[in-house]
Ligand binder design. Structure first.
Ligand code: GLU
Length: 423
């Protein structure tokens, strides 16, 4: 099924709507909305890149710094051809709320370069990453704004970026960027952290919904870092991966798919499409699949009102940022589907980024078990207090997303009030 064009939503408008709604639900002063509705600062730069053939191209780059009342701005950098100013602004807002929800002492930021990384060489990618830092260095820093990986960026890109920053500063200051390789002050478990967090959230969601994970059928949209590791770890938990799609199409097999073999197929062919012994499905058909759990792990605005209507799963765990529109939320609430919101479900990434930053600042590194234990503790704890908030502390019928926004808003409002930013 195709997404109807009338339902395409501007992500930034959605983000503002969600804040306004939460402020109204809590009866907070409107000044809270005024302070949070726009990023504190959004830097836009045209970055020049010398291509391998000697020609010069410029790429639009952004860094949005939404709010830093809780700590330095924090959030990933994505490389994507369709990214724009509004999307980056919205994603930076989500980071502020994500950090507030899981009580990580950071504010919200996000960066992007409008480019298609599949169409540039490795050398071009390195130069582009370094140019991004040259353009943004004045507003970055371990106490100011700390980037990390996001869609189409990884530890290698972070290494080039962190190195460029250190070259500019003339000393090593690894805390400026998280998600770095281990040899450059990275943190064990950071690469899988977002998915580990998704798994902890899924386990908790399955418990409260009475869905046994053993044998539960699940579907994954997107097979990048989050999609792949989530699929792998959920299969390790005894669940059955029945469908996966990426932007070009996908595969379905009710008997179950093997995550590693599927990744190998994707590495060889560039897509999950045509994986052996599977039925072919179209990209959006992932949401119509008969399963217990759906993990959107791709981009924003995938679950619209009409997509929500065809969903059969009882649980949605948002590995992606902003995959569900407010209109879809209403339908899902009506259908009693539990949606574990992005700002909780995918918080594992920024939680372990926080651990990495702490270790960089102390120059003292923790063992993997410590990271895994603390990550699990944080996600499970946050799930528990949000679920309790949703069930017991709100007057009837708020969704877990509304509970998450309200919880974060209360913390942000209080922090802004004590600092005198609002009356
Ligand atoms: N890009 C990830 C996110 O959207 C991680 C951000 C970070 O670690 O700062 O949460």
């Amino acid at each position: 099924m195709e997404m109807s064009t009338t339902e395409k939503r501007n992500t930034y408008e959605i983000a503002k709507e969600r804040i306004k709604h939460g402020v109204e639900q809590l009866g907070l002063p409107l000044s809270v909305y005024e302070r949070l509705k726009a990023p504190d600062r959004l830097v836009e730069a045209a970055i020049p890149l010398e291509m391998d053939d000697g020609s010069l191209q410029t790429f639009l780059a952004y860094r949005s710094q939404h709010n830093n009342v809780m700590g330095p701005y924090k959030g990933g950098i994505r490389f994507h051809p369709e990214v724009d100013r509004d999307e980056v602004a919205a994603l930076s807002i989500w980071m502020t709320f994500k950090c507030a929800v899981v009580r990580v002492p950071f504010g919200g930021g996000k960066g992007a370069v409008a480019c298609d990384p599949r169409k540039i060489s490795k050398q071009e990618l390195e130069r582009l990453s370094r140019q991004y830092i040259r353009a943004m260095a004045p507003v970055l820093g371990p106490e100011k704004d700390i980037p990390a990986p996001d869609v189409n960026t990884n530890a290698q890109v972070m290494a080039w970026m962190a190195d460029e920053y250190c070259q500019i500063k003339q000393y090593n200051d690894f805390g400026v960027i998280t998600g770095k390789p281990l040899d450059m002050g990275g943190c064990v478990g950071r690469e899988t952290a977002t998915s580990r967090g998704v798994i902890h959230a899924t386990i908790e969601a399955a418990k409260v919904m009475g869905v046994p994970l053993q044998g539960a059928a699940f579907a994954v949209q997107g097979y990048g870092n989050v999609g792949f590791y989530t699929a792998k770890f959920l299969v390790e938990q005894g669940a059955k991966l029945v469908a996966v799609t990426d932007s070009t199409g996908g595969v379905f097999n009710p008997k179950g798919l093997e995550p590693d073999a599927l990744l190998e197929h994707k590495r060889q062919t560039g897509s999950v499409k045509d994986f052996s012994r599977c039925e072919a499905i179209k990209a959006k058909e992932i949401f119509a699949v008969d399963c217990d759990i759906i993990i959107p792990a791709a981009l924003e605005n995938q679950i619209t009102r009409e997509v929500a209507q065809i969903i059969k799963a009882k649980i949605i765990v948002e590995g992606a940022n902003g995959p569900t529109t407010p209109e879809a939320d209403e339908v899902l609430k009506e259908k009693k589907v539990l949606v574990v919101p992005d700002i909780l479900a995918n918080s594992g990434g920024v939680i372990v980024s926080y651990f990495e930053w702490v270790q960089n600042n102390y120059r003292y590194y923790w063992p993997e078990e410590e990271i895994e234990k603390r990550l699990q503790q944080k996600v499970v704890e946050a799930f528990a207090y949000l679920y309790d908030y949703q069930c017991n502390q709100c007057s009837n019928g708020v969704t877990m997303r509304e509970a998450a926004f309200m919880y974060a808003l209360q913390r942000l409002a209080e922090a802004m009030r004590v600092r005198g930013w609002i009356k």
